[in-house]
Write a protein that binds this ligand. Structure first.
Ligand code: BF8
Length: 641
């Protein structure tokens, strides 16, 4: 039975509906198998949580002080402190944004310190992305003539680190270097130019403490300020620093999906977000020493697979097959063939340990911030990079040693493989198309009707991966080029939409373009922080077209918002004038609420920044909404529909 959420007037799926609608046969097979074995996953626990609290679902539950929790409803229109519904709803959203900001800041900080360590010549790390270092240096007006790249890199890192943590009132250098001037003026007029990620995070928490700020419009302003800090601090910082360290990826084709696991190989999955240690781990797992260890244990070799954003990173830069996303992290353990799962930071749910114990998988944690009781903990400390080689070797050994303990009676690997092309960067897309001018020409002529970034997490509140795949397919059929990252990218990769062969499923305009350029209709752009690549591409198109971002046929689509990090992603694009389509309507009240009007109405964000939020949980309808939005932009520009 589906669950009906009365306060939001939507149905959410039960496990049976997930099973019926999830597009990947491998996920379906695993859901059925685990169901048969009586092993619980997040999909069972979601069912157990129903009915979910209507106050929480609509953002009207406050736990921002110790007087509460307070709930706002007809009987009690204010919290104990006197806070009203609007302030509570925005306050909750602001806190979610601050948590997401903290997550990316921690991620960005780790990668930036790794770049710094590499630039200082510390062992275990090296600077491969010379092009990105020089590019950033020129954007930040850092002299490069007759200077070693490492020295230039240190100055670039100093700028990025300062944008992450500045307390003083000084210009935000990354924002100034990358944001479109028209947008900067809009943000200045709104008074939402940020100081730094850390400062805006502090202010967000400060404003939402007991007796902090009760004016919801001021909280909404802070939301916008913090979203810009999120975008141009942690998000740009993580993505660019990773490119400084490991280079800008290039498109490459490989095979993905659950079928890459092999019964007679050591199967190691790498899961999380930080790219720093995984590069060393990969080198160790591919070293003759560890290969020999595997063969000595009776394995025919080592298979490495990627999950979540680390999976996207490994796929893009090293051609390591990706397997699944946040929603599938338990399911893949149900294959009984995963000897070790190595996890670093974020989106690693505690349920993985339960499944790991059921199927004998060795769980290994490598980040100080993420401990899981019972897992082997080999923490990598970026401030002591000299241990990275030894740490990676310890992890690789432990992963291979787990092979001997595998219970082969529990093995069942779905025989599902998909060909996929990944590794698209801003520069890679521009180069393949022949420049921004060519893309603008395609948009103007109507051969391409628009570009949509279909991104984001998984949530059990919509049928697993069904929204991602349905929306992307329907947009591609309507000649809309899809850019994808994060968990959405895993869904599209496994569905075959990121393979050039999928060109035939696109509309006539996009299909012909894909054929000419040998590209798929959905371009996998990396992990979630690499949404900055799509944003930079959009910005470049706007510059070359001479049309503000808010007027172009562009869209940001998040069919399955899950992690708090998703709040900042959507807002960042909104602030640039790119409307956002969300696949689940919450946590905001749906009827006659000022916050909803602000996000979705004509007088709020639409007036301030030229973009608004659409919500639609039925993916076919969501795709129609998206197409109508893009058509509207085209019509306003006088471009053919
Ligand atoms: O940063 S899409 S569930 S994996 S948060 Fe997490 Fe969401 Fe997946 Fe990567 Ni992004």
């Amino acid at each position: 039975m589906k669950h009906f959420l009365r306060v939001l007037n939507v149905h959410v799926p039960d496990k049976a509906e997930h099973l019926a609608l999830t597009p990947n046969p491998a996920s379906r097979q695993m859901l059925e198998r685990l169901d048969g074995l009586g092993v619980e996953t997040l999909f069972d626990r979601f069912d157990q949580q129903h009915p979910q609290c209507g106050f929480g679902l609509t953002g009207r539950c406050c736990r921002m002080c110790l007087w509460g929790p307070c709930r706002i409803g007809p009987k009690s229109p204010r919290g104990i402190c006197g806070k009203d519904e609007n302030a509570m709803v925005v306050g909750n959203l602001l806190r979610a944004l601050a948590a997401g900001l903290a997550a990316y800041a921690r991620h960005g900080h780790e990668v930036l310190l790794a770049v710094e360590a590499a630039a200082e010549g510390k062992p275990g790390l090296s600077l491969i992305g010379e092009d990105r270092i020089l590019d950033l240096a020129s954007r930040f007006a850092i002299p490069i003539a007759n200077r070693p790249v490492a020295e230039v890199a240190q100055e670039v890192v100093a700028v990025l680190l300062e944008d992450l943590g500045r307390m003083a009132v000084r210009p935000h250098r990354t924002l100034e270097a990358f944001a479109p001037p028209e947008r900067v003026e809009t943000w200045r007029a709104l008074g939402v130019l940020p100081r730094s990620a850390t400062y805006e995070m502090m202010e967000a928490l400060h404003m939402t403490t007991l007796g902090g700020c009760s004016d919801w419009t001021a909280l909404a302003s802070q939301q916008l300020r913090a979203a810009l800090a999120y975008c141009y601090g942690p998000l740009f910082g993580s993505s660019l620093a990773t490119e400084m360290l490991f280079g800008v990826p290039k498109p490459r084709t490989t095979t993905v999906n659950y079928g890459v696991l092999r019964p007679d190989h050591v199967n190691v999955l790498i899961h999380g977000h930080s790219p720093v240690m995984v590069a060393s781990l990969l080198a160790k797992l591919r070293s003759p020493e560890i290969e020999a260890l595997a063969r000595g244990a009776g394995a025919k070799g080592i298979v490495i697979g990627g999950l979540c954003c680390t999976g996207e990173e490994l796929l893009a830069r090293h051609g390591v097959p990706s397997v699944t996303n946040a929603g599938g992290q338990e399911l893949v353990l149900g294959t009984g063939a995963v000897d070790a799962m190595v996890v670093d930071m974020q989106c690693v749910i505690p349920g993985t340990k339960i499944l790991a114990d059921c199927f004998g998988t060795q769980l290994i944690t490598t980040c100080h911030s993420n401990r899981i009781p019972g897992a082997l903990h080999v923490p990598f400390d970026v401030e002591r990079p000299e241990t990275i080689e030894a740490d990676a070797l310890t992890v690789a050994r432990a992963a291979v040693e787990a092979f001997a303990r595998r219970d082969r009676s529990k093995m069942s690997i779905p025989q599902v493989w998909t060909s996929a092309m990944a590794g698209w960067s801003t520069e890679g897309v521009l180069e393949r198309f022949g420049g921004a001018g060519r893309i603008v020409e395609l948009l103007r002529s109507g051969r391409l009707k628009g570009i949509a970034a279909v991104v984001g997490c998984n949530t059990p509140k919509v049928p697993y991966e069904h929204g991602h795949v349905t929306i992307a397919r329907k947009l591609a059929e309507a000649d809309v080029l899809v850019l994808t990252t994060g968990c959405a990218a895993h869904a599209l990769l496994n569905a075959g939409l990121c393979a050039p062969a999928a060109a035939c499923s696109a509309g006539p305009g996009l299909s012909a373009i894909c054929g000419e350029l040998a590209i798929p209709p959905a371009l996998a752009m990396g992990g979630c922080m690499d949404n900055t690549r799509s944003l930079r591409l959009f910005t470049e198109l706007s510059r070359v077209a001479g049309v503000p971002l808010k007027d172009l046929p562009l869209l940001f689509v998040c069919p399955e918002p899950g992690n708090e990090k998703a709040v900042g992603q959507g807002l960042a694009f909104l602030l640039h004038g790119v409307s956002t389509l969300i696949g689940f309507p919450g946590p905001i009240p749906q009827e006659g609420n000022d916050v909803l009007d602000f996000l979705s109405g004509a007088e709020g964000l639409a007036k301030l920044v030229g973009a608004k939020v659409y919500t639609e949980s039925e993916p076919a309808l969501a795709a129609e909404l998206g197409k109508a939005h893009l058509d509207g932009k085209r019509a306003a520009l006088g471009w053919p529909g």
